[in-house]
Design a protein around this ligand. Sequence first.
Ligand SMILES: [Zn+2]
Ligand SMILES: [Zn+2]
Length: 411
Amino acid sequence: MNAVSRDFVYEKFSDFYNDQSTFIPPPPSLSQRELGFFLSKERTMLRHKVFARISDLKSFISEVVPSDVYRSSAYYENPAAEMDKKGWLGADLVFDIDADHIPTSCNKLHDEWTCKKCGFANKGEPPKKCSECGGEKFDTKTWVCEQCLNSAKDETTRLIDILQNDFGFSNEEIHVFFSGHRGYHVHVENEAVKSLDTMARKEIVDYVTGLGLTISNQRKKERKRKQASEKFFLSDFAWNKRIKHGMSKFISTATVDDLQNVGLNRVISNLIFTKKELILSKCIGKGLWESVPGVSAGTWRKLSEYVKELESSKIDTVVTTDTHRLIRMNGTLHGRTGLKKIEFSTTRLADFNPFEEAVAFKEGAVKVFVPEVPEFRLGGRVFGPYKNKTVEISIAAAILLICKGRAEVAN
Ligand SMILES: [Zn+2]
Ligand SMILES: [Zn+2]
């Protein structure tokens, strides 16, 4: 980002924060939270700030115009003190779902890397070593597209389902946000989670991601022969129930190739494919798992391992276990997109469109030079694809491109 573009972004962020209609919803117990700010001009992080009222915080933001505003997930006795003297009182249970942690096929289309040593550039994720010079350091440019955010949304949908149905949190206790960049945040705010320590949070992470889950088989002792035969079995509780539902969903639409991808051989894959109605109703529906000859306990175990991956939620595990984490403040701008972090109801997850609802800059246009960017949609309009082109586009689109390192303000 050159100086002209940096000034342009700063000015627009300043307009946004100085606008009377800009609303920054305070988190519960604002005065017990540590606030942090990234100052783009100074390139420094300002931490350990505390504000008694949201109006004080708003005045401060309007004045310093940070590129990013954060607040602690924790509640402290003295949020302004040094880390070990803050007096930890508890923390919300927070989850971060970011496209960076989800394997998507679109990164090959829109992400770029350049070798820092020789300048060789290519698309997709950077390799371990540059194929031209063996260099190991790269500049990367990511992008955020509808496919990235839809994958993040799928993970979020599964997480919320687990939080509601397996943990029993209510809609009122679960808050879901668009992060302003490549994903979603989910916060659980209730008294029971507040005091959980790192280990307890790690247990929750393991549950959500399905880590350490073993599909146990019911051992049926056949006393007469003094032998133990392993039988496949799933209960109607928690993960067992999830896997059962997931397996029905998977088998009902799977092709023979899909089944082979699970690691099943061609004969068994064909068998499951041709007898899928019977398998769905008898094996899964009635729990007579091994009633179709050829579909063994081993087959079911392979299928459950595969389905477990489909049904778990790919959260950024570190964010949940860190009880002192700073997280982006709701209603503020993301410094890498100029989009807002916003909350919406869990019931609206399917329809929520971040490229419409998180747009902060609604008016105006500006000329920018764009080296390369794929087609994208923002604020009801379609832009690009552009390559080495000077274009006049909406302020929102220009800020997004500049912040993502994809454009500069044109003279
Ligand atoms: Zn190189
Ligand atoms: Zn994408």
